[in-house]
Write a protein that binds this ligand. Structure first.
Ligand code: GLN
Length: 306
């Protein structure tokens, strides 16, 4: 092949990551996430052909949370195309992921598909189109990762629901503008299951591969047009890490999407996909060691979109 393997660079990054002084704190809004060890660290890189390299806890399943928003976006965009953009914008919000404030000024249309309000709209639309948004997401991730054991974590889903007042408020508020199709309780049930999906760095790096292959799935069939794959990558770059997207682009220089479980996926279009996991978060909900590792990866390899 002539191209060097990613293994040595991953090992160097894992070793350096042990020396990161403050690793942040695991999300505390539900007990299952708060209990994770902030010293956990795993990272995987998947090449376009499905070859995967990994280091540390790269096969350890974790709560994917908002990383799933990328997959529901892709699945809905594949079905409805540009009509989706009449219901959700694609501008960075500059606000926290669970913010309500812009919705009233903007007539119930969320700023982008990656803040919670936008993700709720996307899941609602996917649910209308498929009758089972969470099931659709799970089937897609199982097939792209090649891991038939991927599943939701019912305990996390129940916990999300028990602490779901903010998401319920977002959904009801948007429903009052006519921007939610399904009954709010049914939508929330789908969204909380979606957030509870458990997967490893290896699973997610593989599952995101279609974004590096310009829309083509692992089996060679096409999910997104080349242009739609570019759109999803662009929205990840500008909105994927919420109110830290500018800093993430500055440091990492790749489309990326984080979740409060401590995972982050990132895409090098035409080359590879990455997933890093470490549960300690910064105040904006992004993994501290995860962002640092991706920063080192692009610095050491020179692989970035810039
Ligand atoms: N379950 C979380 C929520 O909806 C997901 C947020 C996240 O990962 N940023 O609040």
């Amino acid at each position: 092949m002539g191209t060097p393997t990613f293994q040595p660079v991953l090992e160097r990054i894992a070793e350096e990551s042990e020396r990161i002084p403050g690793r942040g704190r695991p999300a505390s809004y539900i007990p299952a996430l708060a209990a994770r060890d902030p010293r956990s660290f795993g990272m995987a890189v998947a090449e376009l052909d499905g070859t995967v390299y990994g280091v540390g806890d790269w096969r350890e399943p974790f709560s994917t949370q908002s990383i799933t928003k990328v997959f529901t976006l892709a699945l809905d965009l594949a079905r409805e195309g540009d009509a989706l953009w009449e219901h959700v914008g694609r501008e960075p919000s500059g606000n926290p992921f669970n913010s309500l404030v812009q919705l009233e000024y903007e007539g119930g249309i969320p700023r982008n598909p990656f803040i919670n309000a936008g993700a709720l709209v996307v899941t609602d639309r996917l649910h209308t189109r498929t009758g089972d948004a969470a099931g659709e997401l799970l089937a897609f991730l199982r097939s792209e990762s090649g891991n038939p054991d991927l599943d939701f974590d019912p305990q996390i889903a129940a916990s999300e629901s028990a602490h779901g007042n903010r998401n319920a408020a977002l959904a009801h508020f948007m429903a009052s503008y006519g921007n939610i199709d399904n009954p709010v309780p049914a939508l929330l049930d789908q969204y909380f299951r979606q957030c509870s999906l458990t997967a490893s760095c290896a699973d997610l790096a593989l599952a995101a591969g279609f974004l590096a292959r310009h829309g083509v799935r692992a089996d060679g069939t096409r999910l997104l047009t080349r242009s739609q794959a570019k759109q999803v990558n662009a929205v990840m770059l500008t909105c994927g890490t919420y109110d830290a997207a500018g800093e993430f682009a500055y440091r990492v220089g790749l489309p990326g999407k984080s979740g409060v479980g401590g995972g982050i996926i990132a895409v090098v279009p035409g080359r590879c996909t990455l997933c890093v996991w470490s549960p300690g978060l910064d105040e904006r909900g992004n993994s501290v060691a995860g962002v640092a590792a991706l920063d080192r990866f692009t610095t050491l390899t020179g692989l970035s979109v810039f």
